[in-house]
Design a protein around this ligand. Structure first.
Ligand SMILES: *[C@@H]1O[C@H](CO)[C@@H](O)[C@H](O)[C@H]1NC(C)=O
Ligand SMILES: *[C@@H]1O[C@H](CO)[C@@H](O)[C@H](O)[C@H]1NC(C)=O
Length: 434
């Protein structure tokens, strides 16, 4: 039990409020915003574009415009010589050393990279991945490809960055524990993002329009799908779902990852933690220590401290249970089609890049009544596409369900390209939109 005491003591260290670190940068941000609308920046304007001529000599050659101001005004080629945490050789990317003052170090990096400081407070990196080896399930790699494509689609539509990792960053942190070293490393690699959005590979974004309400989580550092009563009354290890969550890029999270990881297979106390978790949870039968039970354990033992920084979300499907969802896709599609028929603007064709505008119009139309909303994320819990193992379900239920969810999501994407899958269970059948 010594380790428990250590873990708890460590947790107490990290309960202080995490202050927003962007106050000092707001002024710079505003300046950058103004600059980007001034005529002195290097954006080509319509007049310049009209004057452009394509000459063979110039084709493919990088112009000054492309190299200095890139996508969304971010200066991708600007890294001044000023020292940052990257120059500190003691700053580790690995689990096992939480370091200190990460919030200050991150803020300093942003001060040296003002184009990234603008909008940093709600910038998101989506992080996901799978094993390094080919899948055992014969259709596993195909499913993983489609599951990844779905995440790429979602990120492209909302301007999120995505990192797909298929390397185990810690040799012993396998299965559920792989994400911790990945998140840890991603926090250092991406000081420009406020949130890491971890999503397991077996999830499908089934509402391409929905954007998580990040402003709602301003006082929290970890956002996970779950139910208060299942955690605090039932003490169920299913009280939260640890396969999808937002974690803030801050010192608190670095220390939280350390404490969380202390229950993992790379520690000598792995077995003991398995026993503690199994005896604490009312319904855990698997004797192995797992990340999700560990999270419920922290919520139970540290409710007033650590728990205060964890938001248990259930106002939307941050992690919707697939089995309850997949049979409603056809009805939901019909519901959206009916709403669209009643709103002229929603029938208008548009560029994919401005999808968020139409998402807002649709949201308005919905608030006039009517259930049957698309679930944000459909999580295929207990169907492991790569290994092919599924607990309590058939192949047809798991892989058929995934195909249906993927085509349901793909219809929301393909619409902007002029096509639709009329039959959610037939992926190759595509029809041009009228
Ligand atoms: C970065 O380094 C340059 C050159 O030494 C210096 O002029 C500048 O003030 C530094 N910037 C900050 C924010 O410290
Ligand atoms: C899928 O649709 C295509 C094109 O209509 C058709 O040829 C094929 O038989 C369908 N496959 C299944 C499994 O229904």
């Amino acid at each position: 039990m010594g380790r428990v005491a250590i873990a708890v003591a460590k947790m107490e260290k990290i309960i202080g409020p995490s202050k927003p670190i962007f106050i000092g940068i707001a002024g710079v941000g505003l300046l950058m915003l103004l600059l980007s609308f001034s005529p002195f920046t290097s954006y080509p304007n319509m007049y310049d574009v009209a004057k452009m001529t394509v000459t063979p000599k110039k084709d493919g050659a990088a112009t000054n415009d492309c190299t200095t101001v890139s996508y969304q005004g971010l200066k991708l080629d600007h890294d001044p010589a000023n020292q940052t945490f990257y120059d500190d050789q003691t700053q580790s990317y690995e689990i096992g050393n939480s370091g200190n003052n990460w919030d200050t170090k991150r803020r300093e990096w942003l001060e040296h990279h003002p184009s990234f400081a603008t909008g940093a407070e709600d910038r998101v990196l989506l992080l996901t991945g799978s094993q390094p080896e080919p899948c055992k399930n014969p259709i596993g790699d195909h499913l993983l490809l489609r599951l990844f494509k779905n995440k790429v689609d979602y990120c492209r539509i909302h301007g999120y960055d995505i990192f797909y990792n298929n390397a185990f960053l810690h040799p012993k942190m396998v299965s559920w524990w792989t994400k911790m070293p990945m998140i840890r490393a991603a926090m250092l690699a991406h000081p420009e993002v406020e949130w890491i959005f971890w999503v397991d590979s077996d999830t499908v974004f089934t509402d391409m329009d929905f954007k998580p309400p990040l402003e709602k989580y301003k006082d929290h550092n970890l956002v996970v799908h779950g139910y208060y009563s299942k955690v605090y009354e039932e003490k169920s290890w299913g009280g939260v779902n640890a396969g999808v969550f937002f974690i803030r890029n801050c010192q608190w999270s670095m220390e939280f990852l350390e404490v969380w990881a202390e229950m993992g297979p790379q520690t000598p106390n792995y077995e003991k933690w398995g026993q503690i978790l199994t005896s604490t949870m009312s319904d855990k039968t698997d004797p192995e220590s797992d990340d999700q039970s560990a999270l419920v354990y922290f919520l139970l033992k540290q409710k007033e401290t650590l728990g205060k920084k964890i938001y248990i979300e259930n106002q939307y499907d941050l992690s919707g249970y697939w089995f309850d969802i997949i049979n409603s896709f056809d009805t939901i599609s019909d519901n959206y089609a009916r709403i669209e028929k009643g709103v002229m603007e929603l029938q208008r064709r548009h560029a994919e890049k401005v999808s968020e505008h139409y998402a807002m119009v649709m949201k308005e139309a919905f608030s006039d009544g009517g259930g049957g909303k698309r679930p944000f994320i459909t999580h295929f819990t207990a169907c492991s596409p790569c290994s092919g193992v599924h607990w309590g379900y058939t192949d047809e239920q798991c892989w058929g369900g995934m195909e249906k969810a993927l085509n349901f999501a793909d219809n929301q994407v393909l619409r902007n390209y002029g096509f639709v899958h009329p039959d959610l269970l037939n992926t190759s059948y595509l029809y041009p939109l009228p």
